[in-house]
Design a protein around this ligand. Structure first.
Ligand code: ATP
Length: 319
């Protein structure tokens, strides 16, 4: 394989730049040419393709976001859009494509694989919602950002004897909420994978108050309930002074953590090696700490659940 390309797609995640850097540097090291595609599949269909060099990825390992920009594209989901994308790749002599993004982006990659383009996906999304891998790039940074915010909120919660509802990201996956709930010492954690019981949340608050505890933190994944609604309900049904904070997109940004940079560097380099070995239609991942290539079909069909042991542990020690 002489020429490959890399793009980022879907939501941006800290560490994507470190992955781009590893792809570009490994490819050049291995004697290949690398092209960068701007704005994901949308940019690909519009021929936003440029050559990458060792220098074009200098000084980006520490930067959040993605220097290649990212996008979501409905047009690419049509057969015409996919045929156009494959045509653009062929016109540049690009034989292999590395896609850094979430499972939606991998479905797009699968479509290109069927059109004869070799593809390898790298899991990059803060949600950690991709089956078949230990972690997605961006998750570690996102939970550390959220923890930092929760620690600050705790200071004011304690000082004012308040109950704080903190909404974190996670439309379909409770991983962020579970990790920051446990690490942030939350009294209750609401995640989309489990039924929400406001009675349980209130019972916990009452138990705490009965032993003199006047402040609490409740972490809510956006897919489980809206923080504002939880806050309103608690204000109306309890005597506690409740405030709500929605962390929102700050969880997406910032310098990637060391773990994310290392994971991104490993996966970026591994993805290039997989293409060199003739692999295609696979996700480059670490599973139980070992570099592994997982078929996209396996990624799409494997059921996924968060680590419920974290939930049980948090329940027990936040009694
Ligand atoms: P995140 O987890 O951050 O949302 P994602 O990769 O899952 O990332 P999506 O918006 O689902 O984000 O997908 C990104 C892009 O991939 C879409 O805008 C679309 O162009 C393409 N895509 C998604 N699903 C498909 C599909 N079923 N077939 C072809 N292309 C798809």
């Amino acid at each position: 394989m002489k020429r490959i390309a890399v793009l980022t797609s879907g939501g941006d995640a800290p560490g994507m730049n470190a992955a781009i850097r590893a792809v570009v540097r490994t490819a050049i090291y291995s004697g290949m040419e690398v092209m960068g595609i701007r704005r994901g599949y949308r940019g690909l269909m519009k021929d936003e393709v440029e050559p990458m060099s060792l220098g074009s990825v200098a000084d980006i390992i520490q930067r959040g976001g993605t220097i290649l920009y990212t996008a979501r594209s409905k047009d690419f989901q049509t057969p015409e859009g996919q045929a156009r994308a494959a045509e653009v790749l062929r016109s540049h002599g690009i034989e292999g494509l590395i896609i850094i993004g979430g499972d939606g982006s991998f479905r797009g990659a699968q479509a290109l694989t069927r059109l004869g383009i070799a593809t390898i996906g790298i899991p990059g999304t803060i949600d950690n919602d991709i089956p078949g891998c230990d972690r997605t790039i961006g998750f570690d940074t996102a939970i550390n950002t959220a923890i930092d915010a929760i620690d600050k909120i705790r200071d004011t919660a304690t000082s004012h004897d308040r109950t704080y509802v903190v909404e974190v990201m996670g439309r379909n996956a409770g991983d962020i909420a579970l990790h920051v709930g446990l690490a942030g010492g939350a009294e209750s954690i609401l995640i989309p994978e489990l039924p929400v019981s406001m009675d349980d949340v209130m019972a916990k608050l009452e138990r705490g108050a009965a032993r003199g505890k006047e402040h609490s933190i409740i972490v809510v994944a956006e897919g489980a309930a809206r923080g504002m609604e939880v806050g309103k309900y608690l204000s109306e049904h309890t005597q506690f002074e409740v405030r709500v904070t929605v962390l929102g997109h700050i969880q997406r940004g910032g310098a990637p953590s060391a773990d994310d940079r290392i994971l991104a560097s490993k996966l970026g380099s591994y993805a290039v090696k997989l293409l060199q070995q003739g692999e295609s239609g696979k996700m480059a991942a670490t599973l139980n700490g070992v570099l592994t290539a997982v078929d996209f079909d396996t990624v799409f069909t494997t059921p996924r659940e968060p680590d419920f042991s974290l939930y049980k542990l948090a329940e027990m020690i936040s009694i």
